[in-house]
Write a protein that binds this ligand. Structure first.
Ligand code: ARG
Length: 608
C-alpha cells in the first residue's frame, strides 16, 4: 500500500480527499503494515496507536512492548526497544505526508511527530469547504430521548435526557445518518384511570367544553388523594383504565384532553431549548403490544409466574420482564418490547439509542437481551445502546430539589438561568454596549448554552451537580468562556475589512499556508483531531470528548494568538499590517468551533 508522499497528502485510498481524514486511522494503517512486515509470524499483532499524553511528541505507537511479550511466550527473547526499532525500520519513507519524524524511546515507545503537509492541506480544506464530516456508511437510527410522563412534572432527569439525546442526534445527523428522534412519553399507565375518573366527576361537561385544567400537577395530586382514600373512586378508576384501553371514545377524549395539557407544557421547554422530536408515547403501541405478546408466547419464551407472564433475558438471572400482569394488563416492559420491534421492523432501524437515566440500566439490558432471544434484534445487523446518565444533585450534594423539597419545575429552572445570565451581562456592563435585541440574544444564548454545556461537559455516567454559579463562570471550560472566545475569534477577519470581511475565499485562494511558527502548527494539529473526536463519540456516545476538544482548541488558539501577531496596529489604532495566513487560521478555528457548538447545541451570537 502506497503512502502519500509529502506533496499529496491524501486519505488511505490514495486519492486526494476534500474532507478531513482520521489521523488515528491513517497512523494505524501505516503501523499495521510496518508491524506485519516486521513480524509476519505474529498473526494478529496488537496495533496500539494513540494520541500522546506527553508534550514531546504528537502520537505514540506502543505496540513494541506487547509484541516483545508475545515473542517471549514463544521463547524468543528480544528487548522491546529492539522491537520498536524493527517496526520503525519497516515504516515507509519518512518524512511523508503524515509523519515528519519518529523516535524510539526507552522500553520501545515509538514517538510520532506529525508532518506539516497534511496539516496545511487540512487547513485549506476547512477554509474552502467548511467542516465536512468524516465518511461513514449511512444508517437509520432511532434516538429515544426526553420521554417525560403525562400529568407528572418533567424533571431534571428528563432535561438531561433531552440535552444529551439531542446532541447525540445532532452528531449522528452531522455524520449523514438518517435519525428519527422519538419522544416515548409515558401516556398509558394506570394513573390515567384515576385522572379520567376525577375529570368526569369535576367537569361532567368535559365532552362539550374543554376543562380548564392549567395545573395538571395539582389535578394529579387531587385525584391521587381520592384514589388512596376513597374505595368507590378507586374502583371507578380501574374501570376507567379498562374503558380507555378498550378504546371507549369518551374515555379516549378525556385522556386526550389531559395529554394535551402536558403536551403544551413539554413543548414550551423543547421550543426554548430548540429541541425537535416526534411524540410517540406508550399508547402508540397498544395494538402492537398484543402482537408482540402473542409472538413471544408462540415462540415459547414466556413463563408463568403466579399468574404473571414473565420473560427472562440471557443468562436468566436478576429481574425478568413482566410481559403480562396477572390481571391481563400490559406494563412498561411490554411497551418497550413492542416499541423495539416497531423500530427495527417498521422503521427499519439499524441502530437504536435509548437516552435514559442509569437507574433503568437493568431494564434496558433485559429488554435488549430478550429482544435477541426473540430474534427481533440480530446482533450482527443491529446495534442497540442504552445511553445512561447519573442523577442530578444540588450544590449541597443531595438530590436536586427546591428549598421546600419539591421537584424543581423545568420552566422555573430555565427562567432562573435567564435571570442569572442577564445579571452576569449587566455585571460586565454589557447592557451599556449592546442594543436591547442584542442583549436579549446574548442572554438566551448564555442561559440555555450554559445549561446544556455544563451537562455535556462532564462524563454523563457520573452524578451531575447542577450549579448556576459554576456554569456561569467566565473562566475554564464553560459555555460563557467559549461563547466569548468564539465571538472574539470570529470578529478578527471581519475587523480586517476588505476581502477579509467580504470575500474571504479570495484571500484563501491567494494565501499560502505554511504553518512556520510552532504555535501556528500546534493550532492546526489540534484542529485536525476533529474526525477522530467525532468517530470516538459515534462509538462510545460520550459527548464530554467534544467539550474537551473545544476547550483544547480554545487553549491552543490563545497560545497562538499570544505568540503570533495577526494584525499590527499603530498608535492611533489603525491597522498597518495584516498577516493573511494567521487571519485565515483564526477563520479556520472559528469554523471548527461553530461546528462543534452546533453539535453541542450552543448558539453563538454576533455580539456578546
Ligand atoms: N417515561 C420514562 C421515565 O420517565 C422514560 C422512558 C424512556 N424510554 C423508553 N423507551 N423506555 O422514566
Amino acid at each position: 500500500r502506497a503512502v502519500a508522499n509529502e506533496s499529496t497528502a491524501s486519505g488511505s485510498s490514495g486519492e486526494s480527499t476534500s474532507e478531513l481524514i482520521s489521523i488515528l486511522d491513517e497512523l494505524r494503517e501505516i503501523f499495521t503494515d510496518a508491524i506485519k512486515s516486521a513480524y509476519p509470524e505474529i498473526p494478529n499483532p496488537p496495533i496500539l496507536v494513540a494520541q500522546s499524553s506527553s508534550k514531546f511528541c504528537d502520537y505514540q505507537c506502543n505496540s513494541a512492548m506487547k509484541i516483545a511479550q508475545l515473542l517471549k511466550e514463544k521463547n524468543i527473547k528480544v528487548n522491546p526497544n529492539e522491537v520498536g526499532r524493527k517496526i520503525v525500520a519497516n515504516l515507509p519513507a519518512i518524512p511523508n505526508a503524515y509523519i515528519s519524524k519518529v523516535e524510539v524511546a526507552g522500553p520501545g515507545f515509538i514517538n510520532i511527530f506529525l508532518g506539516k503537509s497534511y496539516a496545511i492541506n487540512a487547513m485549506k480544506m476547512i477554509l474552502e469547504n467548511g467542516i465536512q464530516p468524516p465518511k461513514v456508511p449511512r444508517q437509520r437510527i432511532v434516538v429515544d430521548l426526553s420521554a417525560p410522563n403525562i400529568a407528572k412534572e418533567m424533571h431534571v432527569g428528563h432535561l438531561r435526557s433531552t440535552i444529551i439525546g439531542d446532541s447525540i442526534a445532532r452528531l449522528l445527523e452531522f455524520l449523514g445518518h438518517d435519525v428519527l428522534r422519538i419522544n416515548h412519553v409515558g401516556d398509558w399507565g394506570t394513573q390515567f384511570g384515576m385522572l379520567i375518573a376525577h375529570l368526569k366527576d369535576i367537569f361532567p361537561n368535559y365532552l362539550n367544553e374543554s376543562p380548564p385544567i392549567s395545573d395538571l400537577q395539582a389535578f394529579y395530586k387531587e385525584s391521587k388523594l381520592r384514589f388512596d382514600s376513597d374505595e368507590a373512586f378507586k374502583k371507578r378508576s380501574y374501570a376507567c383504565v379498562v374503558d380507555l384501553q378498550g378504546g371507549d371514545p369518551n374515555s379516549l377524549k378525556a385522556w386526550n384532553m389531559i395529554c394535551d395539557v402536558s403536551r403544551k407544557e413539554f413543548q414550551k421547554i423543547y421550543d426554548r431549548l430548540d429541541v425537535k422530536l416526534i411524540e410517540r408515547g406508550e399508547s402508540f403501541y397498544q395494538d402492537r403490544m398484543k402482537v408482540v405478546v402473542k409472538e413471544l408466547e408462540d415462540k415459547g419464551l414466556l413463563e408463568d409466574d403466579e399468574g404473571r407472564k414473565i420473560m427472562w433475558g440471557e443468562p436468566a438471572e436478576g429481574i425478568p420482564l413482566t410481559i403480562v400482569k396477572s390481571d391481563g394488563g400490559f406494563t412498561y416492559d411490554t411497551s418497550d418490547m413492542a416499541a423495539l420491534k416497531q423500530r427495527i421492523q417498521e422503521e427499519k432501524a439499524d441502530w437504536l439509542v435509548y437516552v435514559v437515566d442509569s437507574g433503568q440500566a437493568t431494564h434496558f439490558q433485559t429488554v435488549f437481551s430478550c429482544a435477541k432471544r426473540a430474534k427481533i434484534v440480530n446482533p450482527d445487523k443491529h446495534r442497540v445502546d442504552h445511553v445512561g446518565f447519573g442523577v442530578v444533585l444540588g450544590e449541597d450534594g443531595k438530590k436536586f430539589k427546591t428549598r421546600s423539597g419539591d421537584t424543581v419545575k423545568l420552566s422555573s429552572l430555565l427562567d432562573e438561568g435567564l435571570k442569572r445570565s442577564l445579571d452576569k451581562l449587566v455585571e460586565k456592563g454589557r447592557d451599556q454596549v449592546l442594543t436591547p435585541a442584542e442583549l436579549k440574544s446574548a442572554q438566551e444564548s448564555i442561559a440555555y448554552g450554559c445549561i446544556r454545556y455544563s451537562d455535556l461537559s462532564y462524563n454523563r455516567i457520573n452524578a451531575y451537580t447542577f450549579s448556576f454559579d459554576k456554569m456561569l463562570e467566565d473562566k475554564g471550560n464553560t459555555a460563557v468562556y467559549l461563547l466569548y472566545a468564539y465571538t472574539r475569534i470570529k470578529s478578527i477577519a471581519r475587523n480586517c475589512g476588505g476581502d477579509f470581511a467580504n470575500n474571504i475565499q479570495k484571500v484563501v485562494a491567494e494565501t499560502t499556508i505554511q504553518l512556520e511558527h510552532e504555535k501556528e502548527f500546534k493550532l492546526a494539529k489540534t484542529l485536525i483531531k476533529f474526525p477522530d473526536v467525532i468517530k470516538l463519540i459515534a462509538k462510545d456516545l460520550f459527548l464530554h470528548h467534544l467539550c474537551e476538544f473545544v476547550y483544547e482548541i480554545s487553549t491552543a488558539f490563545t497560545e497562538f494568538y499570544d505568540a503570533c501577531y495577526c494584525i499590527e496596529k499603530n498608535k492611533e489604532g489603525e491597522i498597518v499590517k495584516i498577516n493573511a495566513e494567521r487571519v485565515l487560521l483564526c477563520e479556520a478555528t472559528s469554523l471548527m468551533l461553530a461546528k462543534c457548538f452546533d453539535i453541542l447545541g450552543l448558539k453563538p451570537v454576533h455580539k456578546i
